[in-house]
Design a protein around this ligand. Structure first.
Ligand SMILES: [Zn+2]
Length: 98
């Protein structure tokens, strides 16, 4: 049930939702628990100033589930238009809709 909903939201179609944020879905590598977090691009991203004076954005997220003590660490980087350019995860894996 939850999976179906997540897929539908990702498959999205034309909506303003993708501009405001996105769903970060990860699975704990310790116990397999899944987390579905909505990341608001306006409020959840931190600013990062590069050497040229431009602004990029990044997100650092630490997630601890209820089933185990594994700490999942997500880091995502975005360009000045808040488009995702890179991402990495420790102690877990990304689950994508596509
Ligand atoms: Zn876990």
């Amino acid at each position: 049930m939850l999976k179906k909903l997540a897929t539908r939201l990702f498959g999205g179609g034309p909506s303003g939702r993708s501009e405001k944020g996105f769903f970060l879905i990860v699975r704990c590598s310790g116990c397999g628990e899944e987390f579905n977090l909505f990341i608001n691009k306006s409020t959840n991203l931190s600013q990062n100033f590069d050497e040229q004076g431009g602004v990029t954005y990044f997100l650092n997220k630490e997630i601890i589930g209820s089933r185990c003590r594994n700490l999942i660490h997500v880091r995502m980087e975005f360009d000045g238009a808040r488009n995702l350019v890179s991402r990495e995860i420790e102690n877990g894996e990304f689950i994508d809709g596509d």
